[in-house]
Design a protein around this ligand. Structure first.
Ligand SMILES: Nc1nc2c(ncn2[C@@H]2O[C@H](COP(=O)(O)OP(=O)(O)OP(=O)(O)O)[C@@H](O)[C@H]2O)c(=O)[nH]1
Length: 387
């Protein structure tokens, strides 16, 4: 395959990726990362098309070369940026912008000085460096990465080095090295671009897939609104403490609390304000917890706190501190400060407890606190002792 045909294949490949992305995004809300990658692919498609038309003699060199390569640099730099963004390193934009300005400046200067040799050195080194940056983003979190992701990172790095090697060869051995002539190197370099197009496509899809997967796994155990464990996450944390309760030693306490008359907050200030109150209450509670304590959102406005190695009187004291803190920490709403109170039920895990019996006891105490006028702490034994 001659170089012009390879460049045409690169243009077509990038164009087909653009088309696939366009239809994928058509009915979806665009994510920022996907947009960056889309623009990268569009730039690359436009650049390779321009370079193909140069090869076919349609667009003259003084226009197609500086413009085509500048657009290609932008495309490859954006592609690397999309990789960094997908790897949750979002501060790539400013350095990339400066590097791009520098790269385009150096390339045009090299082109003016020497239309073939120096120009090839500059373009190969610049493109190789940007591709290497994408490989580095893929290699982040190497230890936990899947084999496929490691493969894509290594393949991208090796191909990037092959692209850059052409520049080094042209600079150090302009006449070629043995049977490796400049034409063969040019062909290899074009093949490397082709494989990079495919490899980076995989790389990008892998990164985004991993991100979505980990978010799904996180949301299975974490409440999206308050960012504390949900019912499932809390029960997972509770399980070992239930088993430990069968052995002699310090007890573990469970505090169950519910915000009082929360419906009124939603009705008076709106649901978003209610959400803010929930987030603020969680923050207030966290300030009164030890590192080993565990807070979870059970359902609606009901929360549970696990207090390891804490006896009932101490747990009641912690609950009382939280009750006072919630009462004295009104949340700033759009129209007014929103005051809040909560009712608490406190118990400790018994040797024969199951999750059901434990929560039933804590809930009975909580309901007793509600029935007793709300904004108070009730210990479970007081409920059991009641006639
Ligand atoms: N803003 C907001 N409100 C919620 C959320 N989850 C549950 N709620 C609301 O919380 C309110 C809970 O009301 P109830 O448990 O019936 O009772 P209450 O108004 O809190 O009154 P008492 O429990 O009797 O003190 C309901 O209006 C729910 O819609 C949430 O995630 N965000």
């Amino acid at each position: 395959m001659d170089i012009t045909t390879m460049v045409f294949a690169l243009a077509l490949g990038n164009l087909s990726l653009c088309a696939a992305l366009f239809f994928f995004e058509y009915e979806r809300k665009k994510s920022l990362t996907l947009s960056t990658w889309s623009v990268a692919k569009q730039c690359q498609a436009a650049a390779w098309l321009l370079l193909y038309f140069r090869g076919s003699g349609v667009v003259p060199d003084p226009i197609s070369i500086p413009l085509g390569y500048s657009i290609l640099f932008v495309g490859v730099a954006l592609e690397a940026g999309a990789m960094w963004e997908a790897a949750e390193r979002t501060r790539w934009r400013r350095p990339t912008l400066w590097l791009l300005i520098l790269a385009i400046g150096v390339f045009i200067a090299c082109y003016i000085i020497d239309e073939t040799g120096l120009r090839t050195v500059a373009s190969s080194l610049i493109l190789g460096a940007f591709y290497l940056s994408g490989a580095a983003a893929l290699a982040l979190g190497w230890r936990d990465a899947t084999m496929l992701r490691r493969f894509v990172a290594i393949a991208t790095a090796l191909l990037a080095l092959l692209v850059a090697a052409r520049g080094v060869m042209v600079l150090t051995m302009p006449g070629g090295w043995g049977w490796i002539s400049n034409t063969i190197l040019q062909l290899w370099s074009s093949a490397a671009f082709y494989l990079l197009m495919l490899g980076n496509g995989f790389g990008y899809l892998l990164l985004t897939r991993e991100q979505v997967q980990s978010e799904i796994e996180r949301l299975a155990v974490v409440d999206a609104l308050t960012d504390c464990p949900n019912r499932r996450g809390f029960f997972i944390a509770l399980a070992p403490w239930l088993s430990l309760a069968r052995r002699p030693g310090l007890p573990t306490a469970l505090v169950l609390f519910e915000l009082d008359q929360f419906k009124r907050v939603n009705d008076s200030y709106g649901h978003p304000a209610g959400d803010n109150v929930l987030r603020a209450v969680v923050e207030v509670c966290k300030r009164h917890m030890r590192d080993s304590d565990q807070l979870g959102r059970m359902v609606g406005v009901e929360f549970a706190i696990l207090l390891p190695r804490t006896a009932l009187p101490e747990a009641a004291l912690v609950a009382e501190r939280m009750r006072i803190a919630i009462e004295s920490s009104p949340v700033k709403g759009e129209r007014a400060m929103i005051g809040m109170t909560a009712s608490f039920g406190v118990t400790t895990i018994r040797a024969d407890d199951t999750t059901v019996s434990l929560f039933k006891r804590a809930d009975d105490a909580l309901q007793a606190a509600k029935a007793g006028g709300r904004n108070r702490v009730v210990e479970a034994h007081a409920v059991s002792a009641a006639p």
